[in-house]
Design a protein around this ligand. Sequence first.
Ligand code: AMP
Length: 211
Amino acid sequence: MKLVLIGCPGAGKGTQAKVLSEHFGLAHISTGDLLREQVKSGTPLGLKLKAIMESGGLVSDEIVSELLSMRIAQPDCKNGYILDGYPRNVSQAEGLGAIVGELDKVVLIEVPDKAIIERMSGRRSCPACGAMYHLKNNPPKTEGKCDKCGAELVARADDNEETVKHRLEVFHSQTAPVIDYYDKKGLVLKIDGTKGINAISEELIKILEKL
Ligand code: AMP
């Protein structure tokens, strides 16, 4: 199965992608995570990416699609994958067909903008294993520590209010047209992202199991 998850920043794409990847045995590919790995490496390219990502803008299509192509060639992608954060604009969507062929579904997780800013300020993630938490909606068992590996949790540099507002603008101007692009192909499945994490996962699994 090949899935794309679309939603504004903070809609819950990463959280749902993790649940779905475990349930269906699919690789979870987050282009944001692939780019953050490059940033961590501290190379000149990594430093350039860091500045773009911290501003909330989009990294060039060329760089992201190359990272994606290399990731999809890994053996764990053989049974299928979930793309989280790609495509982010119509040109990436047009290019995606050449990289992955036909998609099975494009899941759109819908959350109104006004709910996003509050959500993002409480978001925390584990820099070691990638697990995600929310101070109010999904807190770790021990404050500030990852339940899975015990590492110190961090807030992302681009989750501050000003950058989130810019990321929402980028989503509406550049990523929203991708929804129309896939809607015309009859691939879009719309999910209410304001429900609880488990309710959304159950709804998604029920629908996707029938594909
Ligand atoms: P995310 O973790 O998906 O919220 O992505 C974090 C940041 O990485 C975004 O704000 C962009 O700067 C960059 N990014 C992630 N995916 C893409 C993509 N498909 N195209 C361009 N930039 C991306």
